[in-house]
Design a protein. Sequence first.
Length: 251
Amino acid sequence: MSESKLAGQFFDAAIGLLERVRDEEATRINEAGTVIAEAVASGNRLFAFGAGHSSLPAQDVVYRAGGLALMNFLAVPGTAGVDVMPATLGSALERVDGLAGAVLDSSPASAGDVLVIISLSGRNALPVEMAMNARAIGLKVIGVTSMAYATGTRSRHVSGTYLKDHCDIVLDSKIAVGDAELSLDGIDAPFAPASTVVTSAIMQAVMAAAAGELVARGVEPPLLRSGNVDGGHEWNGRVMQEYGDRIFFRH
């Protein structure tokens, strides 16, 4: 089999997953957009969290041209990327009890705010406790996860529950357990993960739905423009000044 055929198969797999999510999750994606729009319109704050590679779709909606300026990344030190050394430490930290509560306690998040938690498996202590603690202090929680893991794996949280069990809205990425779309004779491990592609698309779809809902309510969405187009910096400066009390990546 040629390399180009494998590449095409990955695109086909990713497109198939995107079509499934579009068709099967549309109602919940719109509901999530409405929850975010309500928070923006009512003066509340927006946060996104993900650990490991699940942090990538969360980071993708923070300080992003064409994105909502109010979306803030809720960082848990050592878990947000492969820059931590050794990289395996990040995976270990996802299983540490109590870390999520400590992070929320020291964050600006409070009742009425919205937290989007991204976790492909939804089985580790960190995302489960993040959702539990967030709801306990009055946050609306949107979970982006693969529901397949809830039936195909065991929870690593003491409660035996998953992220999906502690959310106001759950968006299912449809990713299969193991997050690898391709296999080939001669290669012992499956390969070509699609979770980042699909989950990032889900996040951008939610942001689009939120922008549309804000317009329907007569509120101009606080969107950022690209700094690489004329007038972009000036536009962004005005948005950040107007909403500065709800933007925390500037401080």
